[in-house]
Design a protein around this ligand. Sequence first.
Ligand SMILES: Cc1cc2nc3c(=O)[nH]c(=O)nc-3n(C[C@H](O)[C@H](O)[C@H](O)COP(=O)(O)OP(=O)(O)OC[C@H]3O[C@@H](n4cnc5c(N)ncnc54)[C@H](O)[C@@H]3O)c2cc1C
Length: 279
Amino acid sequence: MIAYDFMYMQPDTLRQARENFLRLSESGQNPVYYAGGSEIITMCRAGDIRPGAVIDIKNIDACQALSLDEDWLRLGAACTLNRIKESGLFPLLGLVCGRIADHTNQCRITLGGNLCGSIIYRETSLPLLLADAKLILYGARGRRALALKSVFDGRMRLQPDELIVEAQVPLWALNAPYYHMKKTANEKIDYPLLSVAALLYEDQLRVACSGLADRPLRSKQVEVALNRRALSPGTVAAKATALLAEQARDSVEGSAAYRLFVLENTLRSLVEDWHDEKI
Ligand SMILES: Cc1cc2nc3c(=O)[nH]c(=O)nc-3n(C[C@H](O)[C@H](O)[C@H](O)COP(=O)(O)OP(=O)(O)OC[C@H]3O[C@@H](n4cnc5c(N)ncnc54)[C@H](O)[C@@H]3O)c2cc1C
């Protein structure tokens, strides 16, 4: 139960959503954009946040896009993980979505909510970073298209009144060979101890991970190390892991040293599979 009254709004357009956001902010209502609500409701119940108004974006058509055009796969920010998975359009993202939470929550959690949430894992960012996806944002300057990596450094950098409308994924990424491994500390359905995603582009491995550090990571240096085909999988995995050593975090689920151990083994098996043409 949320033990206080708050306002609920469900606008039909981006303009209405933002106008409501600005008006409610000016009157001190501390509004938030609301998508699946899984994080907002949990945080309200725990007393971590206390918005006076929530602006539900699920009725906005632009946020529900799920279609292919000539150049891009368009994924609305309010698409649920399950809808993305069931569409089968971007297999790597579908696999990652299918390994976040359980089926019930996958039918609720949205792409935008996962990217913007405060919980550090944001696993849907991994395939999008690997694919060089773009985001369409809506804010003071209307719609703007930006490379994901220019507004996401492991967490979203939005203006307070700005929202994600959709992600756009270039078509090459939809059919590219891919790999994903998620290890949890205890239960199968849990936050990741380590989640590693890879995509092959022009015979080069692209790799990103979540769980190792306090935010998702994609590192060019790591990719350069992994793509040295003259070296053995064990050697490149050790070199790539050493590059991330300082960023590994300790938590009750696993020490930094253990996370690095899992990472090195995962990278070695990924590179072995790649050399053996299994991915
Ligand atoms: C049981 C369970 C297990 C989970 N396990 C994992 C896991 O292993 N890995 C993982 O990555 N995630 C996991 N999650 C998901 C994650 O922790 C968040 O709960 C979820 O991503 C929030 O999505 P939502 O759509 O419910 O967002 P909401 O709760 O609606 O919103 C979350 C935040 O995002 C903002 N927001 C939402 N949409 C937009 C938008 N379009 N533009 C701007 N801001 C927006 C909101 O204002 C709010 O600040 C799990 C969640 C649950 C419930």
